[in-house]
Design a protein around this ligand. Structure first.
Ligand SMILES: Cc1cc2nc3c(=O)[nH]c(=O)nc-3n(C[C@H](O)[C@H](O)[C@H](O)COP(=O)(O)O)c2cc1C
Length: 387
């Protein structure tokens, strides 16, 4: 990314002199509504909706609201250092793009647009197993960009090994294994519309382009979509997994491994004891267990328990620069941005993702400086007060 993240602010104001305004809102509270105007109800609610009554989504935001930044003055924070390295991946700010599946439902370019925007900004992208484009296609769009691969751990070991092999060959460096979605939760917004992309063959590009998966089919997905879907859907979320199975992944993945969806401190300890390299403290954006704890509420205890042994990443509810600051101050090494960039994608594809991510990074850069910090490394719980 050329220049400093905060430069986006000047760029916007300068363009205003020529009568130009940003392509869509910079206001985090209006972004979702703006995307709603661009999407049909099926895709919109697939992104915006959560499990059950939405209690966990609300808990995620309430957890952020309980913490407030206490700004410090006269600390010469003119130049800020946002850059960091996580598990060997350098990044200009402690922000990655979370794995979001089926992105073609919000824009036809889907993951390709996200990969291009991420690569241009040097922000690492985590590609979902439920991608609308193949691993190889996304890698090509990503070019020199940093990329991690998120695994929904298939029950079929041969298919799993083949997918991991493709990811590694395509330059994905870190494996993120999502544990909280071994079956889909009760999601009323999707149920009321009888809408789920996978059974329509959307978000299945990775298995459908996989030679081992295809070899197990009597007819190809192009000839018989329904049979291919019926074979993939029960296989891909990994229903038969336990802690004892983790060595299998270590055997078949030679890079760092991160477990996503950890909320209990004992599970965080188990992850560290099992020898994984990191965890993502996450409740999947409130899409899985309705009534679950806000992810930020459990971050401090988890970071305190395992932060010195493994990398603790965080997602679920990050919307602003201030949110990134709070998560880092409470022990996260980096955060994953979720829904906001999907809403950006809905606004014209690649430029939309770029606008949202640049906006978040500018907000982070400015808020950090105004709060008196010269770098993300300076953030500790002392930066915050709980109310
Ligand atoms: C539409 C959508 C699809 C998602 N797909 C995946 C996925 O394929 N794999 C995964 O690990 N997480 C997936 N997630 C969860 C995100 O990685 C992340 O945990 C979540 O979006 C964080 O919550 P937030 O967006 O409210 O901040 C998805 C989230 C959304 C909104």
């Amino acid at each position: 990314m050329a220049g400093r993240p905060a430069d986006y602010q000047n760029e916007i104001y300068l363009q205003g002199l020529g009568g130009q305004v940003p392509p869509f809102t910079t206001n985090p509270n209006e972004l979702e509504e703006s995307a709603r105007g661009r999407l049909g109800p099926g895709p919109f609610w697939y992104v915006a909706g959560g499990a059950g009554a939405g209690a966990t989504m609300r808990a995620n935001r309430e957890a952020f609201d309980r913490w407030r930044i206490v700004p410090r003055m006269l600390r010469d924070a003119t130049i800020r250092h946002l850059g960091t390295t996580v598990l060997g991946t350098e990044m200009p700010a402690p922000v990655l793009l979370a794995p979001i599946g089926v992105q073609s439902i919000v824009h036809p370019d889907g993951e390709l647009a996200t990969a291009r925007a991420a690569a241009e900004l040097d922000v690492p992208m985590v590609l979902s197993t439920a991608s609308s484009y193949s691993i190889e296609e996304v890698a090509e769009a990503s070019g020199d960009g940093a990329r991690w691969f998120q695994l929904y751990w298939p029950n079929d070991d041969e298919v799993c090994m083949s997918i991991l092999d493709r990811a590694r060959k395509s330059g994905f460096r870190v494996l993120v294994v999502t544990l909280d979605t071994w079956t889909l939760a009760w999601r009323p917004h999707d149920l009321d519309q009888a809408y789920v992309p996978f059974i329509r063959g959307v978000g299945t590009a990775i298995p459908f382009s996989d030679p081992v998966f295809r070899a197990g089919l009597e007819r190809s997905p192009e000839e018989d979509l329904t049979s291919a879907v019926l074979r993939w859907v029960p296989m891909f979320t990994g229903t038969d997994k336990s802690w004892e199975r983790l060595p299998f992944l270590r055997e078949h993945w030679d890079g760092p491994i991160v477990l996503k969806g950890i909320l209990h401190v004992d599970d965080a300890r188990k992850a560290a004891d099992a020898g994984v390299d990191g965890i993502v403290v996450s409740n999947h954006g409130g899409r899985q267990v309705d009534g679950a704890v806000g992810a930020l509420d459990v971050l401090p205890e988890i970071a305190a328990a395992v932060g010195d042994r493994i990398e603790v990443l965080f997602d679920s509810g990050v919307r602003t620069g201030a949110d990134v600051i709070k998560a880092l101050a409470l022990g996260a090494r980096a955060v994953l941005l979720g829904r906001p960039y999907a809403y950006g994608l809905a606004h014209g594809g690649e430029p939309g993702v770029r606008h949202v991510v640049r906006g978040l990074l500018a907000d982070l850069d400015l808020t950090l400086g105004l709060a008196g910090f010269r770098g993300v490394a300076e953030l500790t719980p002392d930066a915050l007060r709980r109310f």
